[in-house]
Design a protein around this ligand. Structure first.
Ligand code: HEC
Ligand code: HEC
Length: 467
């Protein structure tokens, strides 16, 4: 029988390992297809729906097993779980060395058994993979007995890809990388099951048959339909509108930016829809022949670009983000929040009601092309030889107002200065993408994107800031 193949799509959002499979990515991911019953004699063939996803950290696997007689009693780590109602994945990260494979066998009450059947593993028959997270429907029960209500059970697992660094060509895999694997379902008392995704050759009596594993391909694409309207709208926009406007809503050769910090003429959904569908009479902005559903998605995309962070705060550990803000990031040395902190940078107490998430992310990773007014760093030497370092708050033909590093304001007469040196770089360090870990950065952003009073109506995105 022919070996099976499957494309593993990339998850677009975090997957919570809770044996629920309610994320949009799981819902939209295709199933691997019907399982095969190699040794079937009698009883009922109960279907198993298995799916796979991946991201930079993990391979995700899920099994939804239809089962009218669910039972399991093995609770000991590496115990003989395959006697119970149990699901398995066996995988060979290197298709050239298919005999180097790793096993994950999990029963309905969440007991796991692992082996590394590889040419390099010299330890005991069992193996301890690092960081696997998994959940089964009856996770943690001391035993599960058959019941008339039995209908199905689920196992969901996140397996860190770094466990396979020895065999895989790349971890995380690159677009198009192929691995070999099989998925199995077995065990139970009444109507015991034995089925596999990729069929076994005639006469073979064991699941441990790597030659029969199916081939999976990692594709760097989300499951079809898993993205939200705004993400789809972005694609349509980038395809259809960038001969005038810029990529991703930036300014283009013949059309204005749709996402920059400016006042927009049209902000309501209806006005945006109308401008895109019918064009703007008397200007270059043409009517669009795209279907209404596509226009609606682009409206969602454009509104998303303009939304302030507080409308769409990002995921992460807010308490840890606050910690990063005050310690490792040293943000509070220059920025105030709620009346505490330094004065050299803008007060960030309400930043989430004033700026979008995209803006915040960029503020932390990309230096602004021009130093904003009021934040020009200067070094000044006065006529009597005193050195002052700080930022130029204000200046005119005769005077300078300088805020020094210690928070003191100096009013200086130009005529009385020996030297003024203007710094070329903003004091704002824009390399936090490199100096913070990915997790710290995520948590910091989660903290920043909640800075502001939720009750208060946000300043119009792109409007002038209150300072
Ligand atoms: C031929 C060039 C051109 C193309 C193609 C084009 N636009 Fe425009 N668009 C413009 C110009 C010019 C304006 C500014 C009109 C004005 O002065 O009010 C504009 C304005 C807009 C506005 C209003 C901005 C505001 O602040 O109110 C929206 C929204 C918009 N375009 C979306 C789109 C979308 C979505 C598409 C693709 C379906 C698109 N445009 C294709 C040239 C273009
Ligand atoms: C040495 C002083 C200094 C430190 C440390 C610092 N900043 Fe800044 N930051 C500034 C200055 C000055 C500006 C204004 C000039 C600019 O935007 O380049 C600024 C601008 C910003 C802005 C843009 C605000 C706006 O509305 O334009 C954000 C957001 C921000 N900082 C966040 C942070 C965070 C978060 C940290 C810590 C991870 C941090 N800053 C650390 C000095 C600092």
């Amino acid at each position: 029988m022919a070996q099976r193949t499957y494309d593993i799509h990339r998850a677009t959002a975090p997957i919570r390992i809770d044996a629920k499979l309610d994320e949009r990515d799981w819902q939209k991911a295709p199933s691997v297809g019907d399982f095969d019953f190699p040794w079937f004699k009698e009883g009922e063939k109960e279907p198993t729906e298995a799916k796979l996803l991946w991201d930079d950290d993990n391979l995700y696997v899920s099994w939804r097993s239809h089962d009218r007689h669910i039972s399991a009693s093995v609770t000991q780590r590496h115990g003989p779980v395959s006697k119970d109602d149990c699901v398995e994945i066996f995988l060979s990260p290197n298709p050239e060395k298919v005999k180097n494979y790793y096993t994950f066998e999990i029963n309905a009450i969440g007991t796991m058994l692992n082996r590394a059947r590889t040419d390099w593993w010299t330890g005991p028959p069992t193996w301890e993979p690092g960081g696997v997270q998994y959940r089964a429907t009856f996770h943690g029960l001391p035993r599960k007995d058959e019941s008339p209500q039995d209908d199905h059970w689920i196992v969901e697992a996140a397996i860190p890809l770094k466990n396979f660094a020895r065999d895989a060509a790349h971890t995380p895999p690159r677009d198009g990388d192929r691995w070999r694997l099989n998925l199995q379902r077995l065990g139970g008392v009444t109507n015991a099951q034995a089925s596999t995704w990729s069929p076994l050759p005639e006469g073979v009596r064991s699941f441990h048959t790597p030659e029969a594993f199916g081939t999976v391909r990692f594709v760097n694409q989300p499951p079809q339909g898993s993205q939200d309207a705004a993400a789809l709208g972005r694609e349509i926009y980038n395809r259809s509108c960038t001969m005038c406007h810029g990529q991703d809503g930036t300014v283009g050769d013949r059309g204005p930016a749709l996402a920059a910090q400016r006042r927009y003429l049209r902000t309501s959904e209806a006005d945006l829809f109308d401008a895109i569908k019918n064009g703007i009479p008397g200007t270059l902005m043409p009517a669009s022949a795209l279907p209404a559903a596509d226009v609606t998605k682009m409206v969602a995309f454009i509104r998303g670009l303009r939304a302030t962070a507080i409308d769409a705060p990002t995921e992460g550990d807010v308490a840890r983000g606050r910690e990063v803000f005050h310690s490792k990031g040293r943000c509070s040395e220059c920025h105030m929040t709620n009346g505490r902190g330094g004065l050299l940078g803008p007060d960030l107490s309400n930043i989430a009601t004033e700026r979008s998430v995209k803006f915040l992310r960029e503020a932390l990773t990309v230096a602004k092309p021009h130093i904003p007014a009021g934040y020009q760093p200067v070094r000044i030497v006065t006529a009597d030889g005193k050195a002052i370092r700080g930022i130029l708050r204000n200046e005119d033909n005769f005077t300078l107002q300088v805020l020094d590093d210690s928070g003191k304001i100096h009013l200086l007469e130009r005529g009385e200065l020996r030297n003024i040196e203007y710094g070329r770089q903003s004091l704002m360090p824009a390399n936090f993408g490199a100096t913070l870990s990915a997790a710290e950065f995520r948590d910091l952003l989660a903290f920043l994107s909640r800075l502001g009073e939720p009750g208060r109506s946000p300043a119009p995105a792109g409007g002038r800031r209150r300072r």
